[in-house]
Design a protein around this ligand. Structure first.
Ligand code: MN
Length: 193
């Protein structure tokens, strides 16, 4: 849990992974318990097809299914001794989409800072190009535009809920967003291309 120090502190990682993420998993399982079709569905499909989830559990499945997907994705993107700048095709695509890596970073940080309350900042691939978007709560671009306000395939997602940074950064979300760059594994991000 201290692997990402000093950028993300051990206590935040422990509480975030063992309590917050676990609660999403537990509450998702509780919501779909007894519905064999939903229990058998892969998580990706579950959050892409929320319209097919019965009305009475759609809210909990959206929040907790999204929470489970988003956190599982986020952990994979983080690594000690990572950071730096992307290379190869990902670097070329970022430069073509945003002008430069620095411009991309500034725009991504602005998306995270601009998300009022809790949510996520995303880099998505959509219609053959890269875009920066943000979602509220545990929504995900895969849920589609009508629910999440955006669409596309996530390549990078950064949690901007206060629980992701408050112990170390308090109200300074911007400082957290700058620090996160030091632990992003660009090889993992590039897998989404
Ligand atoms: Mn979180």
């Amino acid at each position: 849990m201290e692997a990402l120090e000093p950028h993300i502190d051990a206590l935040t990682m422990e509480i975030h992974h063992d309590r917050h993420h676990k609660a999403y998993v537990d509450n998702l399982n509780k919501a779909i318990a007894g519905n064999a079709a939903l229990e058998a569905k892969p998580l990706d499909a579950l959050i892409k097809d929320l319209a097919t989830v019965p009305d009475n559990i759609r809210g909990p499945v959206r929040n907790n299914g999204g929470g489970h997907w988003n956190h599982s994705f986020f952990w994979k993107l983080l690594a000690p001794k990572a950071g730096g700048a992307p290379t190869g095709k990902l670097a070329d695509t970022i430069n073509a989409s945003f002008g430069s890596f620095a411009d991309f970073q500034a725009k991504f940080e602005a998306a995270g800072i601009g998300r009022f309350g809790s949510g996520w900042a995303w880099l998505v691939s959509h219609g053959g190009k890269l875009e920066i978007v943000s979602t509220a709560n545990q929504d995900n671009p895969l849920m589609g535009k009508s629910l999440s306000g955006c669409e596309g395939k996530p390549l990078l997602g950064v949690d901007v809920w206060e629980h992701a940074y408050y112990l170390k950064y308090q109200n300074k979300r911007a400082d957290y967003l700058k620090a996160v760059w030091n632990v992003i594994n660009w090889n993992e991000v590039a897998k989404g291309l």
